[in-house]
Design a protein around this ligand. Structure first.
Ligand code: SAH
Ligand code: MG
Length: 215
């Protein structure tokens, strides 16, 4: 398997990109993607929730190293908590012409600056709509999209079946203790995945959970 550490130049791009992926969790995601590609050679990766492309760099770099492709899914209109008046709103990400969030230009710029355009394919639209027309087994699926109950449940139902046997399911913002954060990724994605008997936990770093498809 290739060296698990991300190239320092690319890591600098990731750290400069806007978004919500803590560095040590990004590094763990990158390492998990390299492992996933070794376990399921030739299969692509998917990221559900890209925002401005921060986590995309760790995963896109792993895709490049492994000669595969990352599908980056996002409607680029922001999650509930990114909307005006909510905790994680960034006003300069609103498209003034239409008055709604648009992170796609930033995302494109991040991927371009990192030199990863040949290894990242963006799917701009509803996660559930993309999941419904997707059929290639995934070496790795990283879920970091909408954190409300309904979107999280739809991401679980739509994407986890696409993880290949032996492949990896990575889930972000998993907080077993409600005092630490919202419960939807934990209750609607992590617990059902483990409870289904199809997935076994492999590693936990911060709020990132790395699961292997074992069933
Ligand atoms: N992974 C990113 C953060 C993602 S934030 C990082 O490392 O910084 C969550 C993203 O999920 C937002 O960009 C939002 O637009 C997207 N999202 C939320 N619900 C969605 C849905 N139903 N379909 C597609 N994208 C969605
Ligand atoms: Mg997150």
């Amino acid at each position: 398997m290739p060296d698990a550490a991300l190239d320092p130049d690319l890591r600098a791009h990731a750290l400069a990109a806007r978004g919500f992926m803590p560095p040590e969790e990004g590094d763990a995601l990158h390492a998990a993607a390299l492992e996933a590609a070794a376990a399921v050679p030739g299969a692509p990766f998917a990221e559900v929730g890209s925002y401005c492309g921060r986590s995309t760099i760790w995963l896109g770099a792993a895709a490049r190293t492994c000669g595969t492709t990352l599908l980056a899914v996002d409607h680029h209109r922001g999650s509930e908590e990114n909307q005006p008046g909510w905790e994680f709103h960034e006003p300069d990400l609103v498209d003034p012409a239409v008055g709604v969030m648009d992170t796609l230009p930033r995302f494109r710029r991040t991927v371009f600056d990192a030199g990863l355009e040949d290894h990242v394919v963006a799917a701009v639209g509803q996660s559930s709509a993309v999941a419904a027309i997707w059929s290639t087994p995934l070496a790795l699926c990283f879920i970091d999209g909408g954190h409300g109950e309904e979107p999280a449940r739809r991401d679980h139902d739509g994407w986890t079946p696409h993880v290949a046997p032996g492949g990896t399911l990575a889930i972000h913002d998993v907080f077993p203790d409600p005092a630490d954060g919202g419960q939807a990724p934990y209750e609607q994605i992590y617990l059902p995945a483990i409870g289904s008997g199809r997935f076994t936990e492999r590693r936990a770093v911060g709020s990132l959970r790395i699961l292997t498809r074992t069933g």
